[in-house]
Design a protein around this ligand. Sequence first.
Ligand SMILES: Cc1ncc(COP(=O)(O)O)c(C=O)c1O
Length: 417
Amino acid sequence: MNTEKVARRAVPAYDVAGIRQDFPALHQQIHGKPLVYLDNGASAQKPRAVIDAIREFYAHDYANVHRAVHTLGARATQAYESAREKVRRFINARSPAEIIFVRGTTEAINLVAQSYGRSALREGDEIILTQMEHHSNIVPWQLLREQAGIVLRVVPINDDGELMLDELEKLLNRRTRLLTLTHLSNALGTINPVRRIIEMAHALDVPVLLDSAQAVPHLPVDVQALDCDFYAFSGHKLYGPSGVGVLYGKQSLLEAMPPYQGGGEMIRYVTFEKTEYADLPCKFEAGTPNIAGAVGLGAAIDYVNSIGLTAIAAHEHDLLAYATARAAEVTGMRIVGTAREKASILSFELAGVHAHDIGTILDSEGVAIRAGHHCAMPVMRRFGVPATARASFGMYNTRDEIDVLVAALHKAREVIR
Ligand SMILES: Cc1ncc(COP(=O)(O)O)c(C=O)c1O
């Protein structure tokens, strides 16, 4: 990374034009109009630093990790383990042993459900989740319920899309074995008061899993300060590649958990009678991992650090406030998710216009948003809508782009009366 550039970026003025120059995909026309990419909640575009890191790795340093005695194998292992160290520092974990590379948030949660869940939970034990979870933090627990006879309890949300903490208080009890919740809702934009929630759970010795798929690109995080027990996120929403993500777990918990999958890399010794497993983190990384993906994620973390999550969060806060105010000008607009603490996501419906039609009309104007249930059907049901349109902002978006979004929404309003 060019350190001169990094130093220039560290000054308070947020250089959004400079940042945009780093993202090749942003500079294209869609249906003859400049692309306005507002689908960052689904996946973010990649800076040149990430694209180059992956290309360079494949061009010069690629081999399998951990097993080779040759130079390329050593270089690949070094690159892979250095990416793990970058993740450790990024979330302030105590040790690289606590950083497990997985495919993404979905796999991280399934790992905890199948390994921690099946080994530590018994019939009648309870897991608390919330009404605002993504399907990937619902279905793995339902699978566990079928396998182990556990009970799922759901924290409701109020009309603004905030968790009802008094209800959580009532649900926590001596049978609760885990609380699992999203840090930032992908369908509503709500930032949950996770520090307080973790304290409530820990008062009863209940471990907490945070689904931080949405939070990690927008909010600085320190897993030790939060004292969360598990923390899951995906590389692709953090400006890194798809197919790689992270499960953080406290070392004592991970050590007590059985492997999630069996195969190469995760063993120390194998006979037909008995197998000894490798130490952390390899115990949970069976098979050849997504090596280049991890390298790309490391480059994405370097890039995000070069701008600073505090600066990114402030910029996105301004975008959300501006977009919320401007959206109110559109006739028939109803914002779904009006929590006091929100980030980066504007979910809405336009009276009389189906979300998919909004998405299609906006695409013809070059504006990319998401339309649908956002893999959060219980949220849609809670608010009585089949789907919403969702604009989600990233570090490279601008107020001008929000103006284009609002103009396109007026157009959608006119086209469908
Ligand atoms: C809150 C939340 N959790 C989990 C996921 C799943 O992430 P992935 O598909 O990368 O595994 C998403 C993806 O949109 C999400 O928004």
